[in-house]
Write a protein that binds this ligand. Structure first.
Ligand SMILES: Nc1ncnc2c1ncn2[C@@H]1O[C@H](COP(=O)(O)OP(=O)(O)OP(=O)(O)O)[C@@H](O)[C@H]1O
Length: 198
């Protein structure tokens, strides 16, 4: 597919497939179009040309689509008055059939000691861990992750890799834009290097 933003071709001839159980790492320099590609896969940016199918149909920004697909890009808006634990409980209650219990998610993402505070009282890396905990707690078939390593220390990046591998091992597909070659090396089953559209 080709993608244009403000009349400029940002992506040209991008050809990408991700099967269940695959982790696709999308690499490339700043501004090359990685986030734009994820937005296309999430149905938030229509391609100017070409074809795009997600889970067997064109992606659409509607509830049925978002029950199966998660886009984790910019930091989400946090609910005022809800603690870290309550954000996870909300996710658990809304989605049902959760992949993780709340206590297990707090432990896995090293937030057990911070469960009662507001997300705004967390450090940048802790907030990113909460984002990822919310993403991985709920059921889904496709994760679209934009620089999931953002703010994470080296040790937790490795843990993230193992969590993504675990997600893929249960049949989920992951497409992630990343600037972390070590994360890509550790878990990607396929790598896509984007280059500036000529
Ligand atoms: N809303 C917009 N309108 C016009 N151009 C945009 C818009 N958003 C992004 N762009 C441009 O599209 C190109 C691709 O941006 P994108 O954010 O997809 O890059 P990226 O590969 O994710 O970059 P980074 O590694 O810095 O996150 C850039 O040249 C950017 O300037």
């Amino acid at each position: 597919m080709d993608v244009e933003l403000a009349g400029r071709t940002v992506l040209r001839g991008v050809d990408l497939a991700a099967a269940p159980g695959e982790i696709v790492a999308v690499l490339g320099e700043n501004g090359v179009g990685k986030s734009t590609l994820l937005r296309c896969l999430a149905g938030l940016q229509p391609p100017a040309a070409g074809e795009l199918g997600v889970l067997g149909r064109p992606p659409a920004d509607e509830p049925a689509f978002w029950r199966e697909v998660v886009l984790a890009a910019d930091e989400p808006a946090w609910y005022p008055g809800l603690s870290v634990r309550e954000h996870l409980e909300l996710m658990h209650a809304v989605h049902g059939a959760a992949r993780l219990e709340v206590g297990a998610a707090l432990d896995a993402f090293e937030l057990a000691g911070r469960g009662d505070v507001s997300p705004l009282a967390l450090s940048t890396g802790q907030r990113q861990r909460l984002c990822l905990a919310m993403v991985l707690l709920r059921p889904s078939r496709l994760l679209l992750l934009d620089e999931p390593e953002r703010g994470l220390d080296t040790a937790f990046r490795r843990r993230l890799g193992s969590y993504l591998a675990g997600y893929a091992a249960t049949g989920g597909a992951v497409v992630m834009a990343t600037h972390d070659p070590a994360l890509a090396d550790a878990v990607a089953t396929r790598r896509v290097l984007l280059e500036t559209a000529a």
